[in-house]
Design a protein around this ligand. Structure first.
Ligand SMILES: NC(=O)c1ccc[n+]([C@@H]2O[C@H](COP(=O)([O-])OP(=O)(O)OC[C@H]3O[C@@H](n4cnc5c(N)ncnc54)[C@H](O)[C@@H]3O)[C@@H](O)[C@H]2O)c1
Length: 286
């Protein structure tokens, strides 16, 4: 999809972080931008910010884990801005836990947003985009969709699934000679609010022990957050890569090449049948 100006873009999880930056970048390219998010006050601020910059923007309150909410969001966007030609399925929550400690509520929350959110988005928006035979779908996965990072079990599982959905859709559309593009965004660490995702966890899926850190864990978390502030990519940099990928119909979007060594060694262990790289190489050195 070479020309994206004057069309409508939808970004789920558009009130914050990578989603908000994608919204700004696509608005700068001349698109009408619909931001969909569960967090109303920040969503309203984000829309005001875009409008203040002279862009055409609207906000829709939406819970991507709920298909009815996603369908209602589509109706609102179509009424105001027309059918989106660029759809960024980006809403996501971060959650750290070992497989043995994750509760059913943890799994349901993370799967609901990160995986069902993408499935609901595709189910709702793909038919119209295919019918127009023009447009682009960006799915936000993660480098954790290509490497199984210890203590991120439910998160990894959702992102591996998103990578597979994106790859499959890309191949199916190519087979159909469709002009609809697909990109799979696999960021490394980006300085956003993802590390405070519990703010959006629904009450019926709370885990009473979340946030119970030992002193050592607290120190580690502090060091990690310091590392993020100084070293992680900025969401605007990621949004630029996304914009370029949409413009050039490029499938993979990586933000940090150094993580690709981990991908190589994982794939090599699959091909040779040897043990997984273990202990798992750390993503960052604290
Ligand atoms: N920040 C990173 O280091 C990083 C790395 C890899 C992948 N990602 C992925 O990037 C995407 C964007 O995350 P971010 O880093 O910008 O975090 P963020 O917390 O800044 O933004 C995520 C947005 O999703 C929204 N959201 C959460 N639950 C929702 C729901 N049920 N329905 C609708 N919206 C909901 C939040 O309100 C928030 O605005 C996520 O899919 C995340 O997994 C982030």
């Amino acid at each position: 999809m070479k020309e994206v100006n004057k069309e409508t873009a939808l970004i789920t999880g558009g009130a914050s972080g990578i989603g908000l930056s994608m919204g700004k970048r696509l608005a700068e390219a001349g698109m009408k931008v619909a931001l969909a998010d569960i967090e109303i006050p920040v969503l309203e601020e984000a829309v005001e910010e875009l409008k203040g910059l002279g862009h055409k923007a609207m906000g829709v309150h939406c819970d991507v884990s709920d298909i009815t909410s996603v369908e209602e969001m589509k109706t609102q966007i179509e009424k105001e801005f027309g059918s989106p030609k660029v759809v960024c399925l980006n809403a996501g929550v971060g959650f750290g836990s070992s497989i043995s400690e994750a509760t059913i509520s943890d799994w349901e929350w993370v799967m609901g947003v990160n995986l069902w959110g993408v499935i609901h988005g595709l189910n709702t928006f793909l038919p119209a985009i295919k019918e127009m035979d023009e447009g682009h779908i960006v799915m936000t996965a993660s480098i954790a969709g290509l490497i199984s990072v210890p203590n991120l079990g439910p998160y990894n599982a959702t992102k591996f699934a998103v990578v597979s959905i994106a790859e499959t859709l890309r191949q199916e559309l190519l087979t159909e000679n469709s002009n609809v593009g697909v990109s799979c965004l696999c960021p490394g660490f980006v300085s956003t609010n993802i590390f405070n995702s519990e703010r959006n966890r629904p009450e019926d899926l709370l885990n009473s022990s979340t946030g119970d850190f030992t002193e050592d864990e607290l120190l580690l978390r502090e060091a990690f957050m310091e590392w993020i502030v100084t070293n992680a990519k900025q969401p605007d940099e990621v949004a630029e890569l996304v914009y370029q990928a949409i413009s050039n119909n490029k499938f993979w979007i990586f933000t940090d090449d150094q993580h690709l060594n981990g991908v190589k060694s994982r794939h090599s262990s699959i091909v040779t049948g040897e043990e997984l790289p273990w202990p798992a190489p750390p993503l960052i050195d604290l």
